[in-house]
Every structure is written in C-alpha cells, then in structure tokens.
Design a protein around this ligand. Structure first.
Ligand code: FMN
Length: 391
C-alpha cells in the first residue's frame, strides 16, 4: 500500500521532514526577557513526541522592541541560545525537525496577551504588573498606527532600517547555533516585514518605499542577509499574509509575484497565511475562515511561483489534510489550534489513513492497546507493534 501523501517525506534544501505535518508557530506568552523556559521544552517537545515532522517554535523576537508582548520569546542576545538549544535538541531527538519563527512585531508590538484581548499596553502597564520598560515605543515604516486603539509608532529612519537587517541575521545565526534547522521569517499579520510590504502601511518615499520594488526592498534584504548568515543546508520559510483583505491592499497576485522574489533571494517554502495589516476587523471581509481557508492561496503560490508552499488554517481532519496534499493545494500542512487540542494528531492521522501505529513511541504503547485490537492483532502475527524508541 502506498504511504499516504501526508506521510511522504519532504526535503527542503538539506533538511528532510519525515512527514508533511508541521506545528504552526504559536506564541505562548511564557518568557521573561525573552528566555525559553521549561514550559517551552515540554510544550514544543510534546508535539515532536506526537509525531509531527516539523515543530516551529513561536514568533521569537529579533529585537526587544519587536516583541508582541513583554512575555514573548526572544533571540536578540547570545544569552538566549542555551534555553532555545534545549528545545531544539529535544525536538530533534524525538524525530521532528526543530523550526523557529523569527519575528519583529513592528507597530503591533507592546500589547497585552490575547486573553486580555491583545490590547496595547497603557502607561499604567508597570502598575498592572507588567515588567519595567512596558509599554515601549513601537517601530514602523511610517508613523501610522495599526488601528484606532494603537499608539502612533516611530517612523524608522533609513539608517534604522539598514541597522535592523543585521539584527535579523544575528538572530538567524543564533537559531542555527541553538540547533534549529528550519527558520521561518514572520512576514505576515501586520508585523514589521509585512508593514514594509503593504501599501496600506508603508508611505515612505525613500528606497524602502514609494513603489512595489521599494516596499519589497527591506523584506528581501532581510532574507538575503539571513541566507548569507546561515549554512546552505538550512531550510528557510517565509510566512506571508497572502492577502491584506482591504481595498488597495496586497492581493494574491502581488503575493505570487513577491514569492518569486523570495525564492530568488533564498527562501525554500512559502507559508501562506493572511490578514492583520490593521485591526479594523469590520473591513476584513475577504477571507472566510472556514476549513482550510488558505488552501487557494498556497495553491496559487505553489503553481504561480513554482515553489513549495505550506497551508494553514482550520486543518483538523486527517482525510481533509490528505486531500489538500493529494490535490496539489500544498506541499505540507501546518496545524495550530488543532495541535493544542491534540498534540498526538500525527499519530492519529497515520492510524486513520493507513491503519498503522508504527510511529507511536513505544513508551506510549499502552494507549493504543484498547484501539481496534491493534496490539492483539500484531502480537498474533508475531510482529513488533511499536518500533520507535528514539532516546
Ligand atoms: C495561541 C496562538 C498563537 C499564535 N501565534 C502565532 C505566531 O507566533 N506566529 C504566527 O505566524 N502565527 C501565530 N498564530 C497563528 C497560527 O500559527 C495559525 O496560522 C492560525 O492559528 C491558523 O491555524 P489553525 O486554524 O490551525 O489554528 C497563533 C495562533 C494561536 C491560536
């Protein structure tokens, strides 16, 4: 029997994923001064034990001013490396490729955690228990807030822009030192890279704005700097907001064209998300958030830019995921909330698609005994039911 498409390996440069199931980056708001903690080790580690081929660690700030909240993970200093290395090492030893998303939240930084509605931190943040230095002045291509509730960001000078490119490259070097083999740039959701790209947030007239080419310059310079900073075999991903979802904003044709530039600059896979350029949700009507709601975008990039694309967004069922891959909508699937719900999703997917439990970690073997008589059947046939024991 042919292995399901979901369980075919995927090679991106020198990195081979054992299957096409990735954990989408998800901020956990559990760091102090950016440091990874035991929580990160356990949280990201359990996805690797659960069978995902790729575990992408949450948006990790390349600069303290680029944290979404004061509790975001960070990689702006060498001191962050040991904590991150524990996570990467455990993920790799558990059979998954350790990935990390590098980010800078730009004008959407300095906000509270999502369970406080992600509202911008006020001047009373420290009194409310947030760390010293909260709130902070945010940075953007132009002095335009991300929405009515946001403060006005500082417009970056051309020197600020050039200087920040090195922060991305240094962060990527640290990520590699920590053991990550897949590095994703967060170029979506209204954060710094996206805010340079979109005509709805970049009103500059210097070389970092003013035209399509100008708006693409900073993101592409960041990609080139990272590509030059890391070993050739490291896989690079770029998360795009495929569409802005607002009149006059980026549309999928812009994104496909940008993907061609990203490919030429050294990106190996595009992760197609959407939205976020402003917080005015009343206008964000273009993307209906049903099952697999970005599949048309990953397909468009894959076909239009002739390069691998990942799709994300309400992928919950193994048959649905299998169908996306086998119909050419994407090269891999990323799951966010469903992984929080069920970190063993990949194991269950293999059971659902191929009636196989061979990927289960033997230490969790007792969990499958009650399932469809698998152990009894395999014991009767004399086969070893569980083969993986990686550490
Ligand atoms: C708790 C949480 C945190 C998230 N943090 C990030 C992040 O750090 N970077 C990012 O690009 N997207 C982030 N997202 C978006 C997810 O990666 C994903 O694209 C989105 O949730 C849609 O996929 P899903 O329907 O499988 O959850 C986050 C989503 C959730 C639910």
């Amino acid at each position: 029997m042919t292995a399901p498409a979901l369980f075919q390996p995927l090679t991106l440069r020198g990195v081979t994923l054992k299957n096409r199931i990735g954990v989408s980056p998800m901020c956990m708001y559990s760091s102090e001064d950016g440091f990874a903690t035991d929580f990160h080790l356990v949280h990201f580690g359990r996805f690797a034990l659960g069978g995902a081929g790729l575990v992408i660690m949450e948006a990790t700030a390349v600069d303290p001013a680029g944290r979404i909240s004061p509790y975001d993970a960070g990689i702006w200093s060498d001191e962050h490396i040991p904590g991150l290395a524990r996570v990467a090492s455990f993920v790799a030893a558990s059979g998954a490729v350790p990935g990390i998303q590098l980010g800078h939240a730009g004008r959407r930084a300095s906000v509270r955690e999502p369970w406080f509605a992600g509202a911008p931190l006020g001047d009373d943040a420290v009194e409310q228990g947030y760390p010293e230095g909260s709130p902070w002045v945010t940075q953007a291509p132009s002095a335009q807030p991300a929405g009515p509730e946001f403060p006005t960001p500082a417009e970056m000078t051309a020197d600020d822009v050039r200087g920040s490119i090195e922060a991305w490259a240094a962060a990527a070097r640290r990520a590699v030192t920590a053991g990550f083999r897949f590095i994703e740039l967060h170029g979506a959701h209204g954060y710094l890279l996206h805010s340079f790209l979109s005509p709805l947030s970049n009103f500059r007239t210097d070389e970092f704005g003013g035209s399509v080419e100008g708006r693409r310059r900073y993101p592409l310079e960041v990609v080139r700097a990272i590509r030059a900073a890391v070993d050739d075999d490291i896989a690079l991903s770029y998360r795009v907001s495929s569409v802005d979802g607002f009149e006059g904003g980026l549309d999928i044709d812009d994104t496909v064209d940008f993907a061609r530039d990203l490919k030429a600059a050294g990106i190996d896979i595009i992760d197609t998300s959407s939205g976020g350029i402003t917080t005015d949700r009343s206008m964000d009507t273009r993307v209906r958030r049903g099952y697999a709601f970005h599949a048309d975008f990953s397909r468009a990039v894959r076909e239009g830019a002739d390069m691998p694309a990942a799709t994300v967004g309400l992928i919950t069922d193994p048959h649905q995921a299998e169908s996306l891959l086998s119909h050419g909508d994407a090269d891999m699937v990323l799951l966010g909330r469903e992984m929080l719900n069920n970190p063993n999703w990949a194991h269950h997917a293999l059971a659902a698609l191929a009636d196989s439990h061979e990927e289960w970690d033997i230490r969790y073997g007792s969990a499958i005994a009650p399932r469809a008589g698998t152990l009894a059947r395999l014991a009767a046939s004399g086969e070893t039911p569980l083969t993986r024991f990686s550490m």
